[in-house]
Design a protein around this ligand. Structure first.
Ligand code: AMP
Ligand code: ZN
Length: 326
């Protein structure tokens, strides 16, 4: 699979200004020099904002994992003149969490931007490795759910009305494909690049990079000297979303523009957006929730129950061991 943009013949010219091109974008049938590529990139973000996005005066909380997508989202929003603050959730994964944190800290320092850090262990009671150790299954889905809820809650707690994330065109197209194949209409409705706030304690959500491909984001990082965390989360294996991503990548190689076509054709259709049903306070934590107990409290209860069961089993094992040795 092609990881980077295709190499350029030395005589290739920029589609926009006719200078020497340095980047080729087959899905746009274009080649750009560095300056025109940066222009193309920022225009893709402003075009998305014009279609549906926050007002220019809206202060934005930007969820930054330390990866290339979220750091790029933060960089572009800053370049476009938005007031921004970074929000990093430390998941407690040994080695990877420190490296991610450092990438966020380094980027924020290079631009003099403010950011806040929270830890999953402190907010939820368990770090990601601890959850994995107890539950053992579907850790990516669990992690995604926890991140979604805590990033929302922390944004509201810090008084920001809108949360921006680094989701890109590849993320959105593959997720759409997965949701359509599984006919998960509830999720499809919440997949739009801008979702207005559905409740005073839940921020609006915004995906500034939804029109940009991974390869384009990687190129932007290189040109702008952004240094994201290297490698990927060691727990990110076996998620079914990878298969949809690979399938789309295959189609894209054969037919450039397929990913874009799938996502944008879908977004063009008028839809009823957001959440159906009303929010009530979770009976345990009081956060706005669709079910009586919010998904975070439901998950916490499950992890605590399984931990208690495991501890009881360990105690019994120890008891029978000491009986045998006595
Ligand atoms: P992922 O769920 O890893 O595909 O990430 C999607 C988006 O969620 C990223 O682009 C970030 O904006 C945000 N995000 C993921 N992990 C974190 C984290 N640990 N802290 C803050 N934001 C995150
Ligand atoms: Zn709750």
């Amino acid at each position: 699979m092609q990881e980077n943009l295709p190499k350029m013949p030395p005589q290739a010219k920029c589609t926009r200004c006719r200078a020497r091109a340095s980047v080729s974008l087959p899905s746009h049938n274009s080649r750009f020099c560095t300056a025109c590529f940066l222009h193309f990139f920022r225009t893709a973000v402003t075009r998305g904002i014009k279609k549906a996005g926050p007002e220019k005066e809206t202060p934005l909380m930007v969820a930054v994992s330390g990866g290339k997508d979220s750091l790029t989202a933060w960089a572009v929003l800053d370049d476009l003149g938005f007031e921004t603050r970074g929000l990093h959730l430390n998941l407690g994964v040994e080695g990877y969490a420190d490296a991610s944190r450092q990438a966020v800290a380094g980027f924020a320092a290079s631009r003099g931007l403010p950011w806040s850090e929270y830890s999953l262990k402190q907010e939820f009671g368990f770090s990601l490795p601890e959850i994995y150790d107890i539950l053992h299954y579907k850790i990516c889905a669990v992690c995604g759910k926890l991140k979604r809820h805590f990033l929302n809650r922390l944004t509201a707690r810090e008084g920001y009305p809108c949360l921006a994330t680094g989701h890109n065109l590849d993320d959105e197209a593959s997720r759409l494909l997965g949701n359509l194949v599984g006919d998960r209409q509830e999720f499809v409705k919440r997949q739009y690049p801008f979702l207005p706030s559905p409740h005073p304690a839940i921020p609006a959500r915004f995906k500034p990079l939804y029109r940009l491909e991974i390869k384009e984001i990687r190129e932007y990082c290189r040109m702008q000297d952004i240094h994201p965390v290297q490698g990927s989360c060691p727990y990110a294996t076996g998620a079914t979303s990878h298969y949809f991503r690979e399938a789309l990548e295959y189609l894209e190689e054969k037919m450039p523009g397929t990913k874009r076509g799938l996502l944008f054709n879908y977004l063009r259709k008028p839809k009823e957006l957001g959440f159906s049903g009303g929010f009530t306070p979770c009976r345990i934590c009081g956060e706005p929730s669709l079910p009586e107990t919010c998904p975070v409290c439901g998950l916490k209860k499950r992890v605590q129950d399984m931990e208690a069961k495991r501890n009881a089993q360990n105690r019994n094992l120890k008891k029978s061991d000491s009986k045998h040795t006595n």
